[in-house]
Structures are given as C-alpha cells and as structure tokens.
Design a protein around this ligand. Structure first.
Ligand code: AMP
Length: 253
C-alpha cells in the first residue's frame, strides 16, 4: 500500500469534566484541555505499525478544525505519520461541523492523495457520532471495515476481525478500503521528546473545505444542550433480606 490517510480529531480531553455553557447552546471549550481523540491515536498506531511492517509507504494525518487542530496533527507526526493536512475551519464552524462534511473532505483527500487505506477512529468522544468512517466509505464507494480489532494484510486485500455485539466477526475486504479503529486494536505508543522535536520539521499543508470543493454549511441547528440529570442520593440497607424486601416493595435503592 502506497499511502494511508488517518483522521485525527481534536476533542476535549477525555479526563476533563465537560460543562454546559450558561446559554445552553453548547459546552465550554475555552481554557479547556484538548487532545487527540483517543480512538484516533489507535488509528495512527495501526498505520505506523503497517508502515513498520513495510506494508504501507506514507502516512498522512488529516485534521479538520480550527487553528489549534494542528497540535493533534503534530502529535500524529511525532507518533510516526509522515506529513499532515490541516483542513481549516473557524471555531464557530467547527461547533456545527458534522460527520457528513468531514466524510466528504476525507474522501476528496483520499482521492487527491491516492490513498489505499483510510483509517479513522470508530467514534469521536465529543459528539459520539460514529458515522464518519461509514460515510467516507459510502462517498468513495469503497468497502469498509468498522470497529477493527485486528487488521491483517493478505495478497487479496485485508482480513479484518471486527468487534460486534457479543463477539468477533472476521471479514475480508479488498483495497482501497476505509477502516475504523476500536479500543482493542492496539496500544498506541507515546510520542517521545526526540520524535516531538522531529515532528516539528515534517511537512504540514493547510487547505480549506472550499479548496476541496466541500460545502460545510450546517445542516443542523442546536436547539439546546442540557446537563445529564443529577444522580439521586442512594441509601444503605442493613442486609440482603432488607434489600430484597425493599425491591419487592418497589422501592428505590
Ligand atoms: P465520528 O463519526 O464523529 O464519531 O468520528 C469518527 C472518526 O472520524 C474520528 O475518530 C476521526 O478519526 C474521524 N473524524 C471525525 N471528525 C474529524 C475531524 N474534524 N478531523 C479529522 N478526523 C475526524
């Protein structure tokens, strides 16, 4: 495979307690720690592993987002990607950017860059959409291997073990294809300091959705964003009998 395209999204860090804005039209992002979407670290790792096994040539890390998205591209470059493409949208546009827009952007880049494989995370942990890989495959009319647990290159293409409800499913696909990385696919490496320094010198190209001919005007309007309901206080029961009696009485524990 000559080229692998990897999608890396900048999201609020998984360890941050997300707060709803007082206007209830989104969540607070200013002054909040952001990082690469955790599933995208797994996607980058898989691409780097393919390259290390000499099964892939060049790895291109793509992020669609505001100026700060370049930080996650640099992380991907420090993990082993060769070059980056930053598709810049404003912070305001980013809030309403949907998987359909990102899919069209990634599909166009995959064709322009003559990629043989697109590897994305199974899900971005901010909007939890789980749509981009599927839609990118649809736009390209390429086969898709979603929720990858294991990926093996064969002469005919790829053999993929997928995580499905209650077990694992093995499928074969031809190349080019779109994959999405699930949690157990691999353990992503850390970017070491020397590699972070080296990554600063790797090429990073900036384009806009317009350059790629993709219209990113919002197709949704956010009506309101609410905090999840606060958990009611629990109660302690003396023993199992008391618990069973309470459950039988239909009481809340
Ligand atoms: P989603 O469909 O939004 O849950 O995202 C699934 C995957 O698509 C993510 O894990 C990323 O690999 C990719 N992706 C989504 N949004 C972006 C973005 N703005 N920039 C780069 N990759 C993205």
């Amino acid at each position: 495979m000559a080229r692998v395209l990897v999608g890396v999204k900048r999201v609020i860090d998984y360890a941050v307690k997300v707060r709803v804005k007082p206007e209830k039209n989104g969540v607070v992002t200013q002054g909040v720690k952001h990082s690469m979407n955790p599933f995208d670290e797994i996607a980058v790792e898989e691409a780097v592993k393919l390259k290390e096994k000499k099964l892939a040539g060049e790895i291109i890390a793509v992020s669609v987002g505001p100026a700060q998205s370049q930080e996650v591209i640099r992380t991907a470059l420090a993990m082993g990607a060769d070059r980056g493409v930053h598709v810049e949208v404003s912070a305001a546009e980013y809030e309403l950017l949907q998987p359909v827009h990102v899919s069209k952007i990634l599909a166009k880049l995959a064709l322009d860059e003559k990629a043989d494989l697109v590897i994305l995370g199974k899900q971005a942990i901010d909007d939890d959409a789980n749509q981009t890989a599927q839609m990118t495959a649809a736009v390209l009319d390429w086969p898709q291997g979603t929720f990858c647990n294991k990926v093996e290159k064969t002469d005919a293409g790829l053999t993929i073990v997928r995580e499905i409800d209650g077990g694992l499913e093995t499928i074969k696909t031809k190349i080019p294809a779109v994959l999405s990385a699930d949690l157990r696919l691999n353990t992503p490496r850390y970017a070491t300091l020397p590699n972070i320094m080296k990554a600063k010198k790797k090429p990073l190209k900036k384009v806009t959705p317009k350059d790629l001919g993709v219209d990113t005007s919002p197709r949704i309007e956010v009506i309101s964003v609410e905090d999840p309901p606060v958990r009611q206080a629990g109660a302690t029961v003396a023993d199992v009998d008391a618990l069973v009696a309470k459950l039988k009485a239909g009481g809340h524990i």
